[in-house]
Design a protein around this ligand. Structure first.
Ligand code: FAD
Ligand code: N01
Length: 533
């Protein structure tokens, strides 16, 4: 056996997994990373305007007090280069690079029943073996480029935002077409519009976006945050979604309309960002009537900001509840549609029929373009792992196992795939949460499980079919009690043609989830079969 563990991916998840296994447990581990640098999301997504929308104070690791004390953030929502510098610093500080092989894609991983080991194949032709196979491939890392007929004929350049050229793209004097109005498109639109000759935004579904209200962090505020880190982290861990906002147990229907409006107005004007959804009323995602109060407030804001009423109406989301697609956070998004060099193209009215050499053709017009930007998102949660030919016990392929929708026990293991763990897998609350909070939990749970096995003479751990089936049912039942299934979101796989429609994240709350995981561990890994060599 070459390594105790092979880890795939060197983003937030893979870096911490390596630290935990190697430096805390003293195991041997190798990380394979397809990119030429560490950082994952923050290595790949270099598009204009890319930044986090969780605040830096909690969009960061908590596991090292020294790390959080020595790192200073410049703004509430730092830009991509700063987050990448932070993750580079983490790799450097904990001397992680020596066990990371960059520029190497894992192509296959095969479990061998006789040895109880994983055989891992990479695109440089190497094969290594390891006891544990940990997927840290990222829930939002498999870019989705829609297959639009004629793309190969386009005479200009096209880029997906998650594979952005390192040298940047010069939009000066150019006609740009941007497809997609999720968090990415909404971040990129104002920045590209300020540079381009003309920007055409091709919108399939309008979005409810909340202003970020970003600001530079003063030395004094940073000092206060550093002193307050234990409390910030505790609140994240004990929250519904990994955000440190005070939870109100008030329903939007239990307050009078004037007070409710005042609350929304304050959150919109003074706070911005995720506080709007997680710091207002607890039932926005559970009660249609409550949700409608927030949705109507945002719709009114869009109509107020956008000067042309016809354009405003196209930008107003009407056919799904607020928050059931991941809510974007913006800096001047709706205002951008008041610029003379920006045109909104409503793809519901006039769908794209093809890409032609000169640009994009819709059912109504041809748009001449020099550059096309695909802000069209990801094959989320399962996409990156399914690109690897993963074969478990008895040659079972993960792609076959998941043909009718992804299954998992706790989002951490898949029955039939012993000694394989997934960070932010399907059925975990990871992608609904502030992700570093969730990632730290998953990584620590996985490492604790591996430590427990070592201490108790076990070499094989596998989720039982029964435990997995019950967890899958639980994830579905909880989702059905919310408004989430009412939107065609990537949470449901609805953005990928042909992908089985299954609600992927666990929406029962981050803290209830971590308590359940702890209970499972305390009961000797209930729902898993542990066996000796
Ligand atoms: P990733 O960062 O995606 O890293 C996975 C890595 O695995 C990638 O580098 C990839 O190259 C590698 N990999 C995949 N397959 C293979 C393979 N077969 N072989 C080798 N390597 C492979 N979340 C928040 O909570 N708050 C935010 O504000 C936020 N902002 C975001 C902004 C953007 C633009 C995007 C796209 C996502 C954002 N997210 C945010 C989600 C973000 O993905 C997570 O916060 C976090 O960075 C995920 O870390 P990860 O290590 O799990 O995955
Ligand atoms: O992707 P998305 P994203 N023709 O899937 C449209 C995180 N993130 O990259 O809604 C035309 O949300 C699609 O339309 P529709 C965050 O978790 C965070 O923006 O499916 N349009 C949609 O408008 C986020 O949720 C930040 O009808 C097509 C858009 O493309 C996740 O990453 C920043 C199309 C895709 O939106 C993904 O965000 C960026 C087609 N064929 C990302 N296919 C932060 O701010 C898709 N679309 C922290």
């Amino acid at each position: 056996m070459d390594f105790d563990a092979v880890i795939v991916g060197a983003g937030f998840s893979g870096l911490y997994m390596l630290y935990r296994l190697r430096d805390v447990l003293g195991l041997s581990a190798r990380v394979y990373e397809a990119g030429d640098g560490v950082g994952g999301t923050w290595y790949w997504n270099r598009y204009p305007g890319a930044r986090c929308d969780s605040e830096a104070f909690y969009y960061s690791y908590s596991f090292s007090e020294e790390l959080q004390q020595e790192w200073t953030w410049s703004t509430k929502y730092p830009e991509q280069p700063e987050i990448l510098r932070y993750l580079d610093h983490v790799a450097e500080r904990f001397d992680l690079r020596r066990d990371i092989q960059l520029g190497t894609r894992v192509t296959a991983a095969v479990f061998h029943d006789d040895t109880g080991c994983w055989e891992v194949h990479t695109d440089d032709g190497s094969v290594v073996t390891a006891r544990y196979f940990v997927s840290a491939v990222g829930a939002l890392s498999a870019a989705n480029v829609p297959s639009i007929p004629g793309l190969e004929t386009f005479a200009g350049a096209w880029h997906h935002t998650a594979a952005w050229p390192h040298e940047g793209v010069d939009f000066t004097g150019r006609r740009v077409g941007l497809i997609g109005t999720g968090s990415t498109g909404i971040q990129a639109t104002p920045v590209i519009a300020a540079e381009a000759d003309h920007l055409f935004v091709f919108q399939r579904t309008p979005n409810y976006s909340i202003p970020a209200r970003n600001y530079p962090i003063s030395a004094r505020e940073m000092d206060e945050v550093k002193a307050d880190y234990p409390e910030i982290r505790r609140r994240c861990r004990e929250s519904y979604a990994g955000f440190p906002y005070a939870i109100t147990m008030t329903s939007a229907m239990d307050v009078n309309p004037d007070d409710r409006l005042a609350t929304y107005e304050r959150l919109w004007k003074e706070e911005g960002g995720f506080k709007f959804i997680y710091g207002s009323y607890y039932d926005l995602l559970f009660n249609r009537e409550s949700n409608e109060t927030a949705a109507e407030f945002i719709r009114a804001k869009i109509r107020e900001i956008v000067e042309d009423p016809a354009v405003a109406e196209k930008l107003v989301p009407k056919d799904y509840p607020y928050g059931t697609k991941r809510p974007p956070v913006d800096t001047g998004y709706f205002e951008t549609f008041n610029r003379p060099n920006v045109t909104l193209v409503d793809l519901r009215e006039t769908p794209i029929t093809e890409v032609i050499p000169s640009g994009i053709r819709t059912t109504r017009a041809d748009y001449d373009l020099d550059v096309i930007v695909f802000a069209t998102g990801f094959d989320a949660v399962t996409g990156a792992l399914l690109k690897i030919d993963v074969r478990g016990r008895d040659g079972l392929r993960l792609s076959e196992k998941w043909a009718d929708g992804a299954t998992s026990y706790l989002g951490l293991q898949v029955a039939g795939f012993p000694n394989m763990f997934t960070v932010s897998g399907p059925g975990s609350p990871g992608v609904l949460a502030n992700m570093p909070t969730a990632i730290e939990h998953h990584v620590e749970w996985i490492a604790d499980c591996i430590a427990y096995m070592g201490a108790n003479g076990f070499t094989r751990v596998e989720a039982t079919e029964d435990a997995e089936a019950r967890w899958v049912d639980h994830v579905r039942e909880i989702a059905e009690r919310t408004l989430y299934p009412l939107a065609d979101s990537w949470y449901l796989g609805a953005n990928i043609p042909g992908k089985k429609r299954v609600f992927l994240p666990y929406v029962g709350g981050f803290q209830p989830y971590t308590q359940r995981c702890q209970q499972v561990a305390d009961r000797g890994y209930e729902g898993f079969t542990l066996s000796p060599a």
